[in-house]
Design a protein around this ligand. Structure first.
Ligand code: HEC
Ligand code: HEC
Length: 95
């Protein structure tokens, strides 16, 4: 086989293997163990808008005492929608 074709084949193989081995991330409605899951029956409260602001600032809102941590758990299951992400980023567990 010509060397060029062989090279292309090797690159294709390496790409497939790399993609298959990318570790999971905690993504909302993602797949697998780390997926962030929130019950469908809940709509997102105004504090969460815009959602990317909230993703960054929720620690300060909770730590400043504006909203109590246990009030988050009314909608969020701590294991499925806090700690899967906290474990991944290395933040303490929510109880
Ligand atoms: C009334 C129900 C409700 C309450 C109370 C609530 N959440 Fe949420 N939260 C949601 C919903 C629904 C979503 C998904 C929003 C979306 O997809 O736009 C969400 C999304 C999030 C996300 C983003 C997850 C991601 O991966 O994008 C974080 C972080 C979060 N909430 C933290 C908190 C914290 C911290 C509190 C308490 C201060 C809290 N939530 C209180 C319903 C709630
Ligand atoms: C998609 C990822 C993600 C989700 C889901 C998430 N958090 Fe966080 N949380 C973080 C990150 C990242 C930090 C650290 C931010 C920093 O250090 O600046 C953090 C920090 C915090 C802190 C501050 C911790 C400390 O020791 O000071 C609290 C409190 C907190 N989160 C509450 C919650 C609660 C309650 C939930 C579930 C309702 C939740 N978080 C869901 C990513 C997330």
């Amino acid at each position: 086989m010509n060397k060029f074709l062989l090279l292309i084949l090797l690159i294709a193989l390496a790409t497939t293997l790399t993609l298959a081995c990318v570790p999971e991330k905690p993504v909302k409605d993602g797949k697998g163990e780390l997926a962030v899951v929130i019950d469908r029956e809940f709509t997102s409260p105004v504090t969460h808008s815009p959602i990317d602001w909230w993703q960054t600032h929720h620690p300060h809102v909770v730590n400043s005492g504006d909203i109590k941590e246990k009030d988050c758990l009314y909608c969020h299951n701590a294991e499925r929608s806090c700690n899967n992400c906290h474990g991944y980023v290395g933040v303490r567990k929510i109880k």
